[in-house]
Ligand binder design. Structure first.
Ligand SMILES: N[C@@H](CCC(=O)N[C@@H](CS)C(=O)NCC(=O)O)C(=O)O
Length: 251
């Protein structure tokens, strides 16, 4: 295709694909990465989650959350569902997101669910608590991270998807970006407890760097200087709320 035709095709695709998102949302990020993997052109609409647009409420009346991908006027919600849709709708483009083999597909979905159900909850708990609760969450998070470490080390591959970024990488991906931010905030920028270390989790630590610098990801990361204070404020809010609750109980 010559340049002009290519531009025309991209413009017409842009009219058919729209993403409703929020810049800091980890769920939106994975969709942006998947669209980049497939080279899909789309219109991006930033939502105000404090004052959601009529469009968002109409497109996702069940959850009222972002991301929502709108394809030819029809909405798809829930980030993991959207990833599968992108893989199906643009199966002829870019690298496959899910493996083709049925067993491998099932395993990819299994590990994506592991992230959601087993791994992310203790990591978030660790980031939003202090004292004994935080210590317990730390232990739980490390235990699950070591499960992943083993999985990656045994495969000997650069990504959970094999030679290339795939469904599991996209699902785990935001952790690669936010864990270092969490560590920095929790330790107040000083040394102290880290969650992912090269000594304990060499494969995972290497994967984090590799994933963040992969082509579909590196251009689509929210600015650290904006994300860091946002997370800092969230941690403070959780700690202040928890302390207030304890005080209330003591009265
Ligand atoms: N399970 C959903 C979660 C999406 C989600 O939690 N989105 C947040 C932004 S990070 C949201 O839209 N929150 C608005 C609200 O809860 O009112 C997915 O995977 O897409």
């Amino acid at each position: 295709m010559n340049h002009h035709l290519e531009q025309q095709a991209a413009e017409s695709e842009k009219k058919k694909v729209k993403l409703l998102g929020f810049w800091a949302s980890p769920y939106v990020l994975r969709v942006k990465w998947a669209l980049a993997m497939k080279g899909v052109e789309y219109e991006y609409v930033e939502e105000d989650l404090q004052g959601k647009s009529a469009e968002l409420l109409a497109y996702n009346p069940v959850h009222k959350k972002v991301p929502v991908l709108v394809y030819h006027g029809r909405p798809i919600a829930e980030s993991q569902v959207i990833l599968e849709f992108i893989d199906d709708a643009w199966s002829h483009r870019g690298d496959p997101i899910l493996p083709r083999d049925p067993y491998q597909r099932a395993m990819a979905r299994f590990w994506a669910r592991f992230q959601q159900d087993k791994l992310s909850p203790p990591i978030w708990r660790w980031f939003t608590t202090e004292g004994e609760e935080q210590e317990a969450a730390y232990e739980a998070a490390v235990e699950q991270l070591l499960v992943l470490e083993k999985e990656l080390a045994v495969s000997g591959k650069p990504f959970f998807g094999g030679e290339k970024v795939g469904f599991v990488d996209l699902s785990l991906g935001t952790l690669a970006y936010v864990i270092p931010i969490y560590e920095e905030i929790v330790t107040g920028g000083g040394g102290g407890v880290k969650m992912v270390t090269e000594e304990k989790m060499p494969s995972l630590a290497a994967w984090m760097g590799r994933f963040l610098s992969s082509p579909a990801v590196r251009g689509h990361l929210p600015p650290l200087e904006k994300l860091r204070p946002r997370y800092q404020a969230m941690r403070e809010w959780f700690l202040v709320s928890a302390r207030a609750k304890v005080e209330q109980q003591q009265q």
